[in-house]
Design a protein around this ligand. Structure first.
Ligand SMILES: Nc1ncnc2c1ncn2[C@@H]1O[C@H](COP(=O)(O)OP(=O)(O)OP(=O)(O)O)[C@@H](O)[C@H]1O
Ligand SMILES: [Mg+2]
Length: 369
């Protein structure tokens, strides 16, 4: 029995127990088995901070690797394509096709050492396309997956070059897949740029909360495997606090596990609620609100004063002392940012759990008597 905390409330850290997202995993697996040009071989995954984009990307990479595909991780930085061409792809090629030892590396010509390579015809500068074709030529019955995370911060030219090369290879019936992930706001902005047209046609998934059943399964299995199980109604309480938000599932599990004895009780879970919400504020809410213009913040605060969940947009406008049509634009921008949702016509709700509390300042540390 391990006595190390098995929960992983860390961005990008794959959980010990996975649950949910099965539609995407199945569809991708099917696509890999399918023919070149299968629509789900090009995917764009978006969603709020901490909703599980990075670990899903890792899961998709694992799926591909299990099926014998070569996985290339690209950053979105301006030098990403160069890195693929000069380093990442050549390394994979060398793995699959180790270069034979060169027999003659140099010859003597009237006293000078001349590399034989210099005497060869000049080779064209490799591009992402030629490198990919070389790599693909070494594979039989499998293909190459490229993944890009944090697309919202990516260099548009890098993305468009990767996307265009992918599109070109798809047209030539090559076995390639491309999966990109990022925050909703950034992705929407990106898909509006010229040169990323192709990505607009990719299979798009927006990650929402996990179901309560999935959250329950993650908590139960993770704790039980570590030898410190949830008992009584403790799991249900943790599920209620986590509200399907994957980062909170890990965080509540982590904090409760730490303070528990041999078993995790309802009391342990309730005792960490405030700490979990506070950490959520620091790790998720604060960074999500960074750079949000004042008018949008005012809108969010007005919402928070009216509700924890959902409210009519007319009521928000009234609370702001404005006519509904005067705040339509602000509302649209917040929807686009993925900070609010429209659960029904004329209604708005917060995407991130506990954002209302955060905006009201409810979760500041309270004094304990
Ligand atoms: N399906 C899942 N099952 C169990 N745990 C999950 C699942 N998805 C995400 N998590 C957990 O939730 C947390 C956040 O996941 P992740 O880092 O992938 O989020 P993200 O969407 O990439 O966030 P960011 O926008 O900040 O990059 C991690 O602790 C991760 O282990
Ligand atoms: Mg991430």
């Amino acid at each position: 029995m391990s006595r190390r905390n098995p929960f992983r409330p860390t961005f990008g850290a794959s959980p010990y127990h996975w649950a949910g997202r099965s539609l995407i995993l199945e569809e991708f697996s099917e696509a890999l088995h399918g023919h070149p040009g299968h629509p789900s071989r090009s995917m764009v995954i978006d969603g709020a901070r901490g909703i599980g984009k990075t670990v899903l990307l890792t899961e998709l990479e694992d799926l591909a690797a299990q099926q014998g595909w070569v996985v290339l991780r690209a950053t979105g930085r301006a030098d990403a394509v160069r890195t693929l061409i000069d380093t990442t792809i050549p390394a994979k090629i060398a793995e699959l096709d180790p270069p034979a030892g060169r027999t003659v590396t140099a010859v003597q010509v009237s006293g000078f050492r001349v590399d034989t390579e210099l005497l060869d015809a000049p080779t064209p500068t490799p591009t992402l396309g030629t490198r990919m074709r070389h790599l693909l030529g070494l594979l039989r019955g499998t293909g190459v997956l490229i993944t890009v995370d944090e697309v919202q911060d990516a260099d548009p030219e890098t993305l468009s070059e990767i996307a265009l090369t992918h599109q070109d290879l798809v047209r030539d019936d090559r076995d390639v897949a491309l999966v990109m992930a990022g925050l909703t706001h950034g992705i929407n902005r990106l898909l509006d740029l010229p040169g990323t047209t192709f990505l607009r046609r990719a299979r798009r998934f927006e990650l929402g909360p996990l179901t309560d059943a999935d959250a329950h399964a993650i908590l139960t299995a993770t704790a039980a495997d570590s030898g410190r199980p949830f008992v009584g109604n403790a799991t249900d309480t943790a599920v209620r606090i986590a509200r399907g938000y994957p980062y909170l599932v890990q965080l509540v599990g982590f904090l409760a596990w730490n303070r528990a004895g041999d078993t995790i009780t309802v009391h342990d879970v309730e005792a960490v609620r405030q700490e979990a919400v506070r950490m959520m504020g620091a790790q998720v809410h604060a960074p999500s609100l960074k750079g949000v213009p004042p008018a949008q913040l005012d809108y969010l605060r007005a919402m928070a004063e009216l509700t924890d969940e959902e409210v009519s947009s007319a009521a928000v406008a009234e609370h702001l002392g404005r006519r509904p049509n005067e705040v339509t634009d602000t509302r649209g921008k917040l929807l686009d940012r993925g900070l609010i949702e429209a659960p029904a016509w004329g209604r708005v709700s917060f995407t991130l759990p506990y954002l209302a509390e955060f905006l009201r300042g409810d979760s500041r540390p309270t004094r304990v008597s």
